[in-house]
Design a protein around this ligand. Structure first.
Ligand code: VGL
Ligand code: ZN
Length: 210
């Protein structure tokens, strides 16, 4: 069992990111049993939920003449315009029904500000507004963050990078994650992750060491 100084951070295991969902990640459903198995080895698990108002700035539908997956320049930087997804309190925003982590302690909901996106579980896309997760993890004595979930190249990567920047040891569990891979985003993410000193591990390696 992993100790209290380690946390499993399972990012956005939500219906809209599953095959058939509004922003489907290919084979996204395959992470569910892997994350369930990992979670049994961690006493401390934190989940995130992408949790947008219907009028959210990241939705192409909220910008006249724009289509999903186009880029748009916003006051805080370049933003991918997404299909409408993970609208607060809709079935698409719910966690996958087979996610079985009764001992998950905290669910961070992110992306709730109408005019700022938040891929990261730590800092919103303006790169200034904290979610509070850094303070929470420090407060309970966490030193190492194990990241997994959806999508590898967006919310998982951004969360891992911000965790590292906040001073935690960080690993990304590759086979407990799946990517969107838009215009080379997966390769770009791995380059950034490696440069930041984040280790790339497989679930079996994590479980073998416990
Ligand atoms: C995500 C795009 C938009 C993610 C969330 O969970 O990776 N990607 N919102
Ligand atoms: Zn989103």
């Amino acid at each position: 069992m992993k100790g209290t100084d380690e946390v499993l951070l399972a990012v956005d295991v939500q219906n809209d990111f599953m095959p058939g969902g509004a922003l489907a990640v290919a084979r996204g459903d395959e992470v569910v049993p892997v994350i369930n198995r990992l979670a049994r080895a961690f006493s401390h698990v934190v989940l995130t939920q992408d949790w947008h108002p219907a009028s959210h700035i990241s939705f192409a539908a909220n910008h006249a003449g724009r289509s999903p997956f186009e880029m748009m320049t916003l006051p805080y930087g370049e933003q991918v315009l997404w299909p409408t997804h993970c609208v607060q309190n809709t079935p698409g925003a719910a966690l996958h029904r087979d996610l079985d982590i009764p001992h998950a302690r905290l669910v961070i909901r992110k992306g709730h500000h109408v005019d700022v996106d938040s891929y990261s579980a730590f800092l919103e896309a303006d790169r200034r507004t904290p979610t509070g997760l850094t303070g929470y993890l420090r407060d309970v004595g966490v030193k190492r963050v194990w990241c997994c979930g959806l999508a590898t190249d967006y919310c998982v990567a951004w969360s891992a990078l911000d965790a590292r920047a906040a001073g935690f040891e960080v690993a990304l569990i590759e086979d407990a994650s799946r990517a969107i891979d838009l215009n080379g985003s997966l390769d770009a993410a791995w380059q950034q992750l490696h440069a930041a000193g984040i280790s790339r591990v497989q679930a079996a390696d994590v479980l073998a060491k416990i």
